[in-house]
Each structure stands twice: as C-alpha cells, then as structure tokens.
Design a protein around this ligand. Structure first.
Ligand SMILES: Nc1ncnc2c1ncn2[C@@H]1O[C@H](COP(=O)(O)OP(=O)(O)O)[C@@H](O)[C@H]1O
Ligand SMILES: [Mg+2]
Length: 235
C-alpha cells in the first residue's frame, strides 16, 4: 500500500491545523452544527481535501459507507457533465439512507469554468437540502458571488513544532518509537507541505530499515569467505 494512503488521516484529530479556531469550526461542521457551504482554501498540501472528506464522513455519522460521499474533482466533473444532476442524485441517495442533509465535496472548485461556477451558484440557491464542502488552492479564481455563498476557511501550513505529533504517530504506526523531542530534532529545518512530510517520513523509514538490515545480516564478504574456506577444505 502507498505510504500516503496507509497514513491518511481518518479523523480531524489526525489532521494538524495551524489554527485552533479553524479546527473548532471544522468540528462544528462535522457535528452538523453549521450549515453554510464551506470553502477550504490555502496552499497545496495543507490537508484541505482530506479534511473535507473527513467532515463529510462525520456528518454522515452511522450511515457512512464507501460510495455515499465520494469527492468530485471539479475538472473531471466538468469533463463529463455540464449540470449538477449527479450531485443532486448524491444528495438524494444520502437522504434516502437517513442523512439530515445532503453533502458533497468538490475538490479544486476553481477548476470549474465561469459558466459552470454560475450554474453551481444557481444550483445551491435552488436546492436547500444539500450542502457543499469545496477546496481550492486558488481562491482568486472563484467567482465572487459563488464565493459569497460559502464560509471561507483559510488552512495554512503548520509550523515545524505543530507537525511533531504527526511524525510521532506515523512513526509509531511504522513500529519506530520516536519521542516528541526526538521528532522535533528530526524535523529541524523541515519546510513544506503535508505531502512532502509524508515523503520525508517514508525516506526516513526506508533509511532506518536499511540500517537495521545491515546490522542483522552478516556482511556479504564474511559469507563469501566462509564459503571459500569450506570449499578449500573439501578439496
Ligand atoms: N495538516 C495535515 N495534517 C496531517 N496530514 C496532512 C496534512 N496536510 C497534508 N497531509 C498529508 O498529505 C496528504 C495530502 O493532503 P491533501 O488533503 O490532499 O492536501 P491539499 O488538499 O491541501 O492539497 C494527506 O492525505 C495527508 O497524508
Ligand atoms: Mg486538495
């Protein structure tokens, strides 16, 4: 299994947020306490898509099952459809399973062209039984009136110190116990996205595994010598 997939956050507590208020607002959404459409924006690799999916899943609560809330990518959606009937079907399916409201995730909403953004605005104005969680790295490409229908929430990069619990938990899952102080030491100088942190942790795990293998396996040259000596003795 891919490292990213293996360690994908499953709850909001697994996601590291730079800002505690952002986390609290998301928790309110996850608990079905807030209902305005939600727009997560910020740089790539801050956890927006994974967060949107978690909020949807938690809103569906006990009825959650695979296929009930698959995220739409705006660009692929637009390649196939020029209307929001598929999204309406998704909401109807969720309601028929007992959801309080429909809920869809649209990733990279800025990838909708302008006519499609206009259609989305009309769609969400017309149908009140559903709710959209959208994500974007390019807030400036979202049409103003559409943006106005959403509560924008800025998701920024956590600091090095804030990433520490993520490193500790991923390493523990890999069977490599690391204390928070050790993790902070390892992270010194790290800058970048949650995705590059995944790459960085995967590299670290591989390096450690290689070192362990070298310690536990007899050196190849020794094996070779033993072989040669035995061979010489049998002559
Ligand atoms: N804030 C975060 N906390 C924990 N993991 C994160 C975070 N941001 C990114 N990741 C990791 O990077 C992966 C990609 O994140 P993603 O949600 O696609 O980012 P974005 O949509 O902001 O570009 C996630 O599945 C997760 O493994
Ligand atoms: Mg994304």
């Amino acid at each position: 299994m891919k490292f990213d997939k293996k360690h994908e956050p499953e709850t909001l507590d697994d996601v590291i947020f730079a800002d505690a208020d952002v986390k609290q607002t998301l928790q309110d959404y996850a608990n079905n306490q807030r209902h305005k459409h939600l727009l997560l924006y910020g740089p790539k690799g801050t956890g927006k898509s994974v967060t949107a999916q978690i909020v949807l899943k938690e809103r569906m609560c006990v009825i959650w099952q695979t296929g009930l809330g698959d995220a739409w990518n705006a660009s692929s959606y637009q390649d196939k459809w020029d209307n929001f009937n598929p999204m309406l079907q998704q909401w109807n399916m969720q309601l028929s399973w007992g959801a309080h409201t429909g809920c869809s995730v649209i990733d990279e909403i800025d990838q909708f062209n302008l006519p499609m953004q206009h259609r989305l605005r009309a769609f969400i104005d017309q149908y009140e039984m559903g709710f959209v969680i959208a994500t974007t790295n390019n807030l400036h490409l979202v049409d103003g009136p559409l943006k106005d229908r959403f509560r924008p929430l800025f998701v920024e990069y956590p600091s090095v110190q804030q990433w520490v619990p993520r490193v500790v938990s991923v390493m523990a899952a890999e069977g490599i116990p690391v204390t928070p102080i050790q993790a902070a030491g390892l992270l010194q100088g790290f800058q970048g996205s949650g995705r590059s942190l995944n790459d960085w942790m995967e590299d670290y795990v591989f390096r450690l595994q290689r070192m362990m293998a070298q310690v536990t396996t007899p050196p190849a040259t020794a094996q070779h010598c033993a072989h040669t000596i035995n061979g010489a003795g049998s002559k």
